[in-house]
Design a protein around this ligand. Structure first.
Ligand code: CA2
Length: 152
């Protein structure tokens, strides 16, 4: 049986707090709920996923570097590092995998400092403002990108 394509889903700082505070901005679901949603959608699409969260920029950089040869695409909600981290941008450029950027909130309806994203400068596409549903949409997008790349 063929091995299924694998997608690394990375979540940045403070996303471990999902469902505990600011439900009007980020919804009521926990990060475990989001992982469950991703598992269901990935099974439907025939993808394997590796779902992780870190509050540390360097750990996210290391995981992105290690994705080479291990995964076929990356879905990234880099949290606040979206707006600040050239290190994460450089790691994404080095790993040379398709990247889909996700945000729970619509960053363009929020403070001006959230309107710029370093991740967007390298992402194949960006999904924001649809809450946890955005992760499912991102999985659909990477499934298409992987298929279009001709991966067996
Ligand atoms: O909308 C998103 O997904 C964000 O990536 C979330 C980040 C924010 O800095 C970005 O601008 C947009 C913040 C994540 C913080 O998550 C919390 C969840 C619950 C309670 C407190 C923080």
């Amino acid at each position: 049986m063929a091995i299924q394509p694998s997608v690394l889903i990375l979540n940045g700082p403070n996303l471990n707090l999902l469902g505990t505070r600011e439900p009007h901005v980020y919804g009521r679901e926990t990060l475990d709920d989001v992982e469950g949603l991703c598992q269901d959608e990935a099974a439907r699409l025939g993808l394997d996923i590796d779902f992780r969260q870190s509050n540390h920029e360097g750990e996210l950089v290391t995981w992105i570097q290690e994705a080479r040869g291990e995964h076929d695409a990356i879905i990234l909600n880099a949290g606040a590092y979206t707006h600040t981290s050239i290190a994460i941008l450089d790691a994404l450029a080095a790993v040379d995998l398709p990247v889909v950027e996700v945000h729970l909130s619509n960053i363009f309806r929020r403070e001006a400092f959230r309107h710029h994203s370093y991740v967007s400068t390298i992402a194949r596409g960006v999904i924001c403002g649809f809450g946890s549903h955005g992760y499912g949409l991102a999985l659909q997008a990477v499934a298409r990108l992987i298929e279009a790349s001709g991966r067996p």
